[in-house]
Design a protein around this ligand. Structure first.
Ligand code: NA7
Length: 559
């Protein structure tokens, strides 16, 4: 929509009749890493009339909501930031190897203010419907707080892990204590002093928060359904000289990240674990264990594709768990056995397994003895055991990748809802576009590398690609862009086929597969062939004038 069109009532959709109205070229949903950069790109580089709606009262997305104790990123600080601006990179100084939630939130607020983004963001606005108006070629979007928006382009920047998974346990309303989900943590914090606490869930989040809650509470009971692998993060403060050195090497860091499979600045050496002699591989694994973090898995290049190699690495971690936990029975209960290491998102931790050596911590296996119901003052298990609690924390994860998108009430061409379109699992072209949903672009959507990468690299790549596409549309008077059905189906089967060449599908209870949510269709959602290869596809599609996308101009001629 041009400025003139914006002020022309004739060009406004007929069904826009009430509430506070906005007429935009583009609406972006979400003010996290992706929404902020997309706003900057479309507003300040393309000059479009663009705004953001954001459900929270501030920017930050994931890092706005996930304020639980111990919340920390598993990407290293100097990689978990924007690279589109050297000025931002040089000015911001990270304090630790891995950035904590509060520091990331401060960073995103710093970027927001440097780029003057707040004036284009509508806070406390959750999208409740987004309906394509075919006649006017506009998306008509409503929010819970009374905004009504007509926009030519709708860009979702809602994050992959933003729709919380809150299990429905009977009697919840009768519980008299405090109840929290880690993904909706209260801003004022939670005081654990002298409190008896229960944590449900031992994914990355539970593994981060358990050691801290244990330290600050009177007693902690961990309710574990499935034991998990975890590698020590080896977090530590950064030496001030680190930043100066980094500033001299920004280009090198960036090149390394973009050339890698996962968007981190390292690649696994070309060696297969099962082929290395035991004494040599033990030395390598010990060294990698000391380095810690996600680099551990990258000490060999076949961990996610070769069962034998994976078993050796998995056994190495299992031995470390048994060595760390004093009580051998508890140690056994903590051993992950149902999936190969790395096929579920691998947590990294600070003193997780050590926490089970504390006198004030109990571990309860709720696979053997599931939770029956909440009671006034705690939880009852199937065998009648009663666990008292002042505070219960759900660290039970998210309806990942598609959950937040499906909650927005998106309805495309011919009244097709996204829910209906995705009833057998998400189908996308490049993770970016969906057939019958013209002018809808999904940042880090299902079918893109997203959660298998260092997210800011995947986000910048998507935002830059969408920005170039919209520049092209503006230049050639293209009114609608829509993924073609065949391109979408081919891409979706390619996503499944590359996942099937890895060990990922062997974790049949992972959120990558949607298997953590009862009733959710099981499809491996992220693109597993690497950010490097994925980027090449995207470049090729753009070079071929966006083949796979149907483009129509104002006269409804196909371009
Ligand atoms: P995850 O990794 O999905 O972990 C959720 C945990 O909660 C996991 O241990 C689950 O057990 C457990 N869970 C889920 N639902 C239930 C019910 N109904 N009853 C008992 N236990 C349950 O979520 P996180 O928040 O830890 O991490 C998500 C991502 O955020 C992480 O990978 C990083 O990328 C950041 P299960 O394994 O399903 O048996």
């Amino acid at each position: 929509m041009t400025g003139a069109e914006k002020n022309n009532p004739q060009s406004q959709p007929k069904d826009v009749a009430a509430l506070k109205k906005l007429y935009l070229d583009a609406l972006i949903v979400g003010a996290g890493f992706s929404g902020l950069y997309q706003l900057h790109s479309l507003r300040d580089k393309l000059g479009l009339n663009v705004q953001v709606v954001e459900a929270g009262a501030g920017v930050g997305g994931t890092w706005y909501w996930n304020r639980y104790p111990g919340a920390r990123c598993d990407s290293e600080s100097h990689t978990y930031c924007y690279y589109f601006s050297k000025e931002l990179l040089k000015e911001w100084r990270w304090s630790e190897r891995y950035p904590g939630q509060a520091e990331i939130l401060r960073y995103l607020n710093f970027c927001t203010s440097k780029l003057d983004l707040s004036r284009s963001i509508n806070f406390n606005q959750r999208v409740i419907s987004a309906i394509w108006n075919e006649q006017n070629k506009r998306w008509v979007i409503k929010t819970n707080a009374g905004l009504l928006i007509a926009a030519r382009y709708l860009i979702t920047a809602v994050g992959c892990l933003s729709s919380t998974n809150m299990p429905n346990i009977s009697g919840q309303s009768t519980f008299k204590g405090e109840l929290y989900h880690t993904g909706q943590w209260p801003h004022k914090g939670v005081d654990f002093t002298d409190k008896t606490v229960v944590i449900i869930g031992t994914g990355s989040t539970g593994i981060q928060t358990i050691p801290i809650v244990a330290k600050h509470s009177k007693h902690l009971t961990v309710l574990q359904r499935t034991p998990n692998f975890s590698v020590p993060a080896r977090n530590a403060p950064l030496d001030p000289s680190y930043h100066e050195k980094f500033c001299d090497e920004i280009n090198t860091w960036q090149k390394k990240m973009l050339k890698s499979r996962h968007g981190h600045p390292w690649t696994a050496p070309p060696r297969k674990l099962y082929k290395v002699a035991k004494k040599d591989r033990d030395v390598i694994l010990e060294k990698a264990w000391k380095t810690g973090g996600l680099r551990f898995r990258e000490s060999f290049n076949d961990i996610l594709i070769d069962e034998q190699s994976n078993k050796i690495m998995s056994d190495f971690i299992r031995t470390k768990i048994l060595d760390t936990v004093d009580d051998p029975i508890i140690g056994e209960s903590l051993l992950p056995v149902d999936h190969p290491f790395g096929t579920k998102r691998p947590p990294i931790d600070t003193n997780y397994f050590e926490t089970f050596n504390r006198d004030n911590v109990d571990l309860v296996d709720i696979k053997q003895n599931p939770i029956k119901k909440f009671e006034n003052r705690g939880l009852e298990l199937e065998d009648g055991r009663y666990i008292t609690a002042d505070i219960v924390i759900f660290a039970t994860g998210f309806d990942a990748m598609s959950g937040a998108l499906l909650k927005m009430g998106i309805v495309g061409h011919q009244s097709l809802s996204l829910d209906e379109a995705w009833k057998e699992g998400p189908t996308t072209f490049l993770g970016l576009g969906v057939h019958k949903f013209p002018n809808l672009f999904i940042i880090t959507g299902p079918g893109s590398p997203s959660v298998l990468t260092n997210m800011p690299r995947a986000i910048e790549q998507h935002v830059d690609w969408i920005t170039s596409l919209l520049r092209y549309c503006e230049a050639y008077n293209i009114v609608t862009v829509e993924a073609e059905k065949e391109a979408m189906l081919n891409w979706t089967s390619h996503v499944t086929s590359v996942a099937n060449q890895t060990l990922f599908p062997k974790a049949n209870h992972s959120w990558y597969l949607g298997a953590n949510i009862p009733g959710k269709p099981r499809t491996f959602m992220p693109y597993a062939d690497g950010l490097d290869k994925y980027q090449s596809y995207c470049v090729l599609i753009a070079e071929r004038k966006y083949s796979g996308f149907k483009m129509m101009d104002e006269k409804h001629d196909q371009k």
